[in-house]
Ligand binder design. Structure first.
Ligand SMILES: Nc1ncnc2c1ncn2[C@@H]1O[C@H](COP(=O)(O)OP(=O)(O)O)[C@@H](O)[C@H]1O
Ligand SMILES: [Mg+2]
Length: 270
């Protein structure tokens, strides 16, 4: 379980990116963080893998607090938590297979990763991860020869090679066309189902959130303004708030964002 308690982050320039976030995410959940640009989604995800240090509050993963650790447990944390990025963050001139092997770095002694020596079983694992995302035949190509959707699949394979318990995806489809976006979301869902890995995805696309989320956490101005299962995001809530039923399914999606903005406006007033 991941537990956020009173989490706040103020960046050195004074920007308050997170404000008193309290959340519990159970093992094996598929959660979408939904919010517009600047809401605080990336900051929240980065707090989970230790890339951003909270100003206040704490995060626990399986009862162990992040941030209070020494180098050794930070390494363990990085192993536990895989990350997928909007811009893929691949080493473009390296082969696809080498990029996936980067997911094994936290398991290797420093000397072996310095000279890019990986044990045979790591190479086997990396190939099986590539097979899972349908890119085994691309293993020996340079990463920058692949399409955007394929590069993101390499990013997923790299994260899988890490054998993480938690997978964080920060706007993983924001740079992709609609078809590739759906296919990446389906792959993440499949990994969540098959491997029981907890998946937390940040999105700003409401339609995608409606289609794939199991639980939606709405973020606005660094605050959690909505948290509920997708089955409870629907016409009824919109009717309660706006006194009208959305005309069709599409407005249900747009309504979700409106609902988040509405909750956000309320929290500003209070
Ligand atoms: N490294 C940083 N230094 C200063 N401000 C930052 C930094 N990273 C993000 N911010 C600010 O924090 C707020 C939340 O940003 P972010 O977490 O990136 O939101 P999102 O991912 O939802 O777009 C924004 O106002 C952003 O400008
Ligand atoms: Mg972001």
């Amino acid at each position: 379980m991941i537990k956020f308690a009173g989490l706040s982050k103020i960046y050195p320039d004074g920007v308050q990116a997170l404000q008193d976030v309290n959340l519990e995410i159970q093992k094996g959940e598929f959660v979408v963080l939904l919010g517009s640009s600047g809401a605080g989604k990336s900051t929240l995800l980065r707090c989970i893998n230790g890339l951003v240090k909270p100003t206040q509050g704490k995060i626990e993963i399986n009862g162990i607090q992040i941030g209070a650790e020494n180098n050794c447990s930070l390494r363990k944390l990085r192993r536990q938590v895989g990350m997928i990025f909007q811009q893929f963050n691949l080493v473009r001139r390296l082969r696809v297979l080498d990029n996936v092997l980067c997911g094994r770095l936290s398991y290797s002694p420093v000397w072996s990763s310095c000279c890019r020596f990986f044990p045979r079983q790591d190479v086997k694992l990396a190939m099986s991860c590539l097979e899972r995302v349908g890119l085994k035949e691309k293993a020996y190509q340079r990463a920058d020869q692949l399409s955007g959707g394929q590069q993101q699949r390499v990013g997923i394979a790299r994260a899988l090679a890490q054998q993480p318990e938690i997978l964080l995806a920060d706007e993983p489809v924001a740079s992709l066309d609609p078809k590739s976006s759906r296919s990446i979301m389906e792959t993440l869902l499949e990994i969540n189902h098959q491997d029981k890995i907890t998946v937390i995805v940040s999105l700003h696309d409401v339609e995608l959130a409606m289609k794939y989320a199991r639980r939606v956490v709405g973020i606005c101005d660094g605050q959690v303004v909505m948290d509920r299962p997708i089955t409870q995001v629907g016409e009824k809530e919109l009717e309660d708030i706006y006194g009208e039923r959305p005309a069709n399914k599409e407005t249900g999606g747009a309504g979700l964002f409106r609902e988040i903005e509405y909750a956000c406006a309320l929290s500003r007033v209070n």
